[in-house]
Write a protein that binds this ligand. Structure first.
Ligand code: FES
Length: 175
């Protein structure tokens, strides 16, 4: 008499192992893309944002503007979210400079003064162009971060980028 139950168990075990083998290979192939999707860096930088109509910024003015943009990551789309703030400096000739308000020392928010900006955390001073004040530079390792900007159809736009604090060079933050 033949032991069919033993053969059946062996066949079932082989089929199961074969399936596990296929699943394992699939996981190996899909794994990196799944990990990349789950851990995909938030596409927060760079972001394009409108800062306002050009006439909002009079010549010789210095204006703090909250940057509002749409952010998307692998899971969510967040529309019209405040992602940061910039200083919009318009000189007497009408030319613009757009600076991040983030202090490049440890990331505190800068405030405006009569002749530029100061970081209240450790007293770093910057001119209206964002350059460190040679007499009162404080611990800031670089000037305020200038941001790309352009005027299109009467509106000032900028590209919002965060840079890592605490270093002399500019390295973009991701996420
Ligand atoms: S965080 Fe601005 S000077 Fe330290």
């Amino acid at each position: 008499m033949t032991d069919t139950s033993g053969e059946l168990a062996l066949a079932t075990r082989r089929a199961l192992l074969a399936k596990l083998g296929v699943a394992g290979v699939s996981a190996l192939v899909a794994g990196p893309s799944l990990v990349a999707m789950v851990s995909a860096p938030d596409r927060v930088a760079p972001l394009e944002a409108a800062l306002g109509p050009v006439e909002r910024f009079t010549r010789g003015s210095l204006t703090r503007v909250t940057v509002v943009a749409t952010r998307a990551d692998a899971w969510l789309m967040r529309r019209d979210e405040a992602v940061g703030a910039v200083w919009v400096v318009r000189d007497a000739a009408g030319d613009f400079t757009v600076l991040s308000t983030i202090c490049p020392h440890l990331g505190c928010g800068t405030v405006s003064t009569s002749d530029g900006f100061v970081c209240p955390c450790h007293d770093s001073h910057f001119s209206r162009t964002g350059a460190r004040d040679s007499a009162k530079a404080g611990p800031a390792p670089r000037d305020l971060d200038p941001l790309p900007h352009r005027v299109a159809e009467g509106t000032l736009h900028c590209t919002w980028v965060r840079f890592k604090p605490g270093r002399a060079d500019r390295v973009r933050e991701v996420g």
